[in-house]
Design a protein around this ligand. Structure first.
Ligand code: NCD
Ligand code: ZN
Length: 343
């Protein structure tokens, strides 16, 4: 096969940042994607309906000329989040999901949740109105090994929350383990899981063997090879509960290459090329459209995009780093030559 036409894809987990970084990274997403769930972990975070409106307007103002792109906004759940404000933001069609960060789990998550009982009224309201909770699924306890934090979160936090809040729609975000794949497969259709591009490509050796590679460091951190293989099987296997959330998370090289560098891989420019490669490797190119363009809208109750993109078997061209007013940002390097480009 040398050509593949798909409905235009969506990205169900994206960091666009703000200001100069937003301007620099946004065109790389709008080139290919029609919609994206926009993460709210700005400084300060996007907490209220008003914050989300203002952020949406800044994104729209930064859109390249002629771009057809809809940001699907999220609110950052805090222990003080007001259920009425959440419901109003959803009713207005502004906000499509609420984001749960355990406090301290990742970049800019200090305002996240410590005591899950405090957010129960919000979660109950969300279950009642059908609003999705997007979950960063890692415990933050210092005594839990970082490679175990996702599996422990499922058992200690996620499953209890779901049992206590029947009907709550949940997306397990950027899953990185076989445990998460198995948990997701065993649930009903109120649960789905996103998978990033980079977690289909790297395991923990890529970060640590033969020298430390900060550009492969992200959260949740990549795990052992058996986990990567489970993610590939989930993404390419045709189960509609799994769909793309790139977690494209740009940081300047200066902030990545520090003694304590930031977590995040910037995959917006080459995600579709990498995914075509991965799906072709798994002889599953016919399932790429489900993963990138159909399963996500179905879970969120939105129509799939009407327009199409075409992938051609031609090496893509994109820079290895992009320039921003804050400094260069390195694009994720899959470590193998890419053969598919989007026209
Ligand atoms: C994200 C970021 O930089 O905002 N980083 C990452 O490694 N994925 C935060 C997140 O999604 O955990
Ligand atoms: Zn993220």
């Amino acid at each position: 096969m040398s050509e593949l036409t798909l409905r235009r894809p969506d990205d169900w987990h994206l960091h666009l940042r703000d200001g100069a970084m937003l301007e620099a990274v946004l065109p790389w997403t709008t080139r290919h994607f029609a919609r994206a769930i926009i993460m709210p972990n700005l400084v300060p975070p996007v907490v209220t309906k008003l914050d989300a409106e203002a952020y949406r307007d800044r994104i729209v103002a930064a859109l390249p000329d002629g771009a057809d792109f809809t940001p699907l906004m999220t609110l950052y759940l805090t222990e003080d989040t007001d259920p009425d404000d959440v419901a109003a933001a959803y009713a207005a069609g502004l906000v499509r999901a609420i984001k749960l960060y355990p406090a301290g789990a990742t970049t800019n998550s200090a305002s996240g949740v410590r005591n899950f009982d405090k957010v129960r009224p919000v979660l109950e309201r969300m279950a009642g109105i059908g609003l999705t909770l997007c979950v960063h699924g890692e415990v933050t306890d210092h005594d839990i090994d970082i490679f175990d934090r996702e599996a422990v979160f499922i058992e200690r936090v996620l499953d209890p929350i779901r049992r206590a809040t029947p009907g709550l729609r949940v997306v397990m975000e950027h899953i990185t383990t076989k445990d998460a794949v198995e948990y997701a497969r065993a649930q009903d259709d109120t649960l789905a899981a996103t998978i990033t591009t980079h977690h289909l490509v790297i395991n923990r050796n890529h970060i640590l063997a033969g020298g430390i590679r900060p550009h492969y460091y992200c959260l949740p951190v990549a795990k052992r090879e058996i986990h990567r293989l489970a993610l590939r099987a989930a993404a390419t296997g045709g189960d509609a509960r799994f769909f793309l959330g790139t977690d494209s998370a740009p940081h300047t090289d200066a902030n990545k290459l520090l003694p304590c560098g930031c977590a995040g891989c910037f995959t917006a420019p080459n995600t579709m090329s990498i995914l075509a490669h991965v799906f072709e490797d798994e002889t599953a190119l016919d399932r790429l459209e489900g993963f990138t363009s159909l399963n996500g809208p179905a879970f969120y109750g939105l129509p799939p995009n009407e327009d199409r993109i075409t992938l051609h078997k031609t090496p893509p061209s994109y820079p290895s780093r992009i320039d921003t007013a804050d400094g260069p940002v390195t694009v994720f390097d899959p470590g193998f030559p890419l053969q598919w480009s989007v026209s």
